[in-house]
Design a protein around this ligand. Structure first.
Ligand code: GDP
Ligand code: MG
Length: 211
């Protein structure tokens, strides 16, 4: 499918419950404060749960949030056959020519989940420290290949027996120099690193002021 124009597209992938929607809820308002025009496509298996949740937040007009019901393995819709997502993106581009950035949140999947670069320009892989401090060592393609890894829920590490120091030590080894940001989406800790990545690497803008 031909691209109609160059609205930047950023994928947000990662396992179920790692905080993909929470990250979008936090960073979209921060980017909007910098004058960036945004729309969001969410993927769910059989519902529009995430799109409805974002609409309830009220930070974007409802028509700029599109829920795609993939009805299949989440990675199929972001990698093997992204047609449904490409159609949602091109509808948004036609309706809102002023857009700068479209987020595409994958349905929750496993560590092997990666995006096709036919669909996105760049993607973030979100993991949750609650899933265990061995996640980096599992060497999953999503974790290794993503343009940015967000290690989220750093606040819960002490409650689930996850060794955050070990994660901080081992994750860079498996990422081979690619960027990693440690976040708490409840308090906003670490989010300036995500904003910085989006402004510089996805939108090619100079960092104005993150917080
Ligand atoms: N304690 C804590 N909870 C979080 C954080 N980020 C997300 N959550 C919670 O984790 C749950 C799953 O988050 P959600 O954004 O729906 O995950 P998704 O399935 O990846 O989109 C929700 O109850 C969030 O409130 C975080 O940084 N710290
Ligand atoms: Mg979600």
């Amino acid at each position: 499918m031909q691209r109609t124009k160059n609205v930047a597209r950023l994928g947000i992938g990662g396992p179920v419950g790692s905080g993909k929607t929470a990250l979008i809820e936090k960073i979209v308002p921060l980017l909007m404060q910098q004058g960036i025009q945004i729309a969001v496509v969410t993927n769910d298996l059989l519902t529009s749960e995430d799109a409805d949740r974002l609409k309830r937040k009220g930070f974007l007009p409802e028509s700029r949030i599109v829920g795609v019901e993939t009805g299949s393995c989440p990675h199929t819709a972001i990698r093997e056959d992204p047609t449904m997502n490409l159609l949602a993106v091109s509808d948004l581009e036609l309706l809102y020519p002023q857009l700068d950035l479209i987020f595409i949140e994958s349905g929750g999947d496993n560590l092997a989940s990666t995006f096709s670069y036919d669909l996105v320009d760049s993607y973030i892989f979100v993991i949750d420290v609650g899933a265990g401090d061995d996640i980096p060592r599992k060497n999953g393609p999503g974790f290794v290949q993503a343009d940015l890894v967000v290690i989220n829920k750093i606040d819960i590490a002490p409650y689930v027996g996850a060794n955050l120091d070990l994660i901080r030590q081992q994750a860079p080894e498996y990422r081979k120099g690619k960027p990693i940001v440690y976040t708490n989406c409840k308090t906003g800790e670490g989010l300036s690193g995500v904003i910085d990545f989006i402004l510089k690497t996805v939108l090619f803008r100079e960092m104005l002021k993150a917080e």
